[in-house]
Write a protein that binds this ligand. Sequence first.
Ligand SMILES: [Zn+2]
Ligand SMILES: [Zn+2]
Length: 135
Amino acid sequence: MEYPIEGACQCGNVHYQLLAKPLMVVACHCKECQKLSTSAFSITAIVKAEDVVFEGEMKEWRRPAESGNISGAMFCPTCGNRLYHFNPADMSTLKLKPSNLSNTDLIQPTVHAWVSEKQDWYTIPEGVKTFDKQP
Ligand SMILES: [Zn+2]
Ligand SMILES: [Zn+2]
């Protein structure tokens, strides 16, 4: 795959460039991610913070995660599309929401988390790592 890959929120006010391959791509089936994605699970690409460059105004929202960490979320204030999540205590990596990249070939998850809260009708593909809760 060729890098950089361009990404943008739904309205296009926030643009970004992914400069290198993600460290890992995770599907999360927790109830919070079902709400967030308005779907059965969310897809997150763990990337090094220096490997992604954002342009445009974002808003921030924080909530406590089950791990005890704070989960920060950055989103477009116009269309509400989520761009990434982060842990304020460790900004070396970001949890990019990669479904708004122009090339989505890289978003196939190799890890499925929070399988304990997964929708019954969804079958986990063979050959991926699964975790009942947080990896
Ligand atoms: Zn937007
Ligand atoms: Zn989740």
